[in-house]
Design a protein around this ligand. Sequence first.
Ligand SMILES: [Zn+2]
Length: 415
Amino acid sequence: MQRLQAYQYEILPNGEQQRRMRRFAGSCRFVFNKALALQKERYERGEKKLSYAGLCQLLTQWRNGTETPWLADAPTHPLQQALKDLERAYQNFFARRAHFPRFKRKGRRERFRYPDAQQFKVDPINNRLFLPKLGWLRYRNSRAMLGVAKNITLSESCGRWYASIQTERAVEAPVPSSTRAVGIDLGIARLATLSDGSHVAPLDSFRKHEARLRRYQRAMSRKVKFSHNWQKAKRRVQAIHARIGHARRDYLHKATTTISQNHAMVCIEDLQVRNMSKSSKGSAEAPGRNVRAKSGLNKAILDQGWFEFRRQLEYKLNWAGGRLVVVPPHYTSLTCPDCDYVSARNRTSQAKFKCVQCGYENHADVVGALNVLARGYRVTACGEEGAGSGQKTRTKPSSVKQEPTEATMREADHA
Ligand SMILES: [Zn+2]
């Protein structure tokens, strides 16, 4: 089994290397934008879109021409990769996966990629990388890299540069070290509650930094736009954003690693996070209700990163030989795990669950997790419907359907 994995390291360039990296990133952006403008012109004239190979030929002309001779200073492969990115952006657009390609702006996600392993060297013993036209770069060797490096992307974020090294290695088909199954209830007060009763505490890093962030944002708005002081204030705001992002990612990684290493099957609700965190403002004619409360909830969801939590859990389980089972979310918080009685009255408060039928009592989030686990077993046992995203026909999932259908099983695997 081939495993692809990326490792990211902060690099420690000297002044000259920093200036070059910025220039190379700028050249790549220029090539991307120029090619996009050209394709648009051709489209308006009713001509066919140029292929990647055709664009590469033009790139050679641009590099050797008199108009943009500075393009020749940048390494060829990253420039070609910029054209490849454009090609992919078009493909995504045609496949309706993305918007029409947009022009890249300076200072936003500055990055460029070296695709050819023949041209770079990774020397972890001496904590350094060799890249064409940049020479040896030192980097913070924060973790051991496994596998063969296939390509390297350099990117800038808040004044720091990072190298993301994509690697490939053969691994034996993983066998889960545990046979346990667990259900997970995602929430606000607790990021995740497991059906065994344990939970992952909420991540409040955003709130912790919120006051400071707001103060810096205010300071920024008082400055003259694009002035020296404005730039300084902007950098400060960006630094806080980056810090929040780093803390959140680190926390999520730790949580998902532990869960995926200790369980062979993890069941999770199919929450439409994208929809839930959408704006609650509504339209001008019909302004949304409870905007304040909703925006608080939205913020909390974004803060927690449920989506990222699920994404990490899925690939880590795959790596560990386990599986993620996604189940329909209806009534998981209102169903009694003991007698299956469904009622809103079962939930006496945000945290408390007490069944009005049989008197079963537990923490409401644990009840949710238990129901998710039970549903997960049903989904895997008889291929019950509703595990995929966007299937909402059934209001209360039941186990009546007994025929194991391959298609839904597979969907459950991929959901
Ligand atoms: Zn009950």
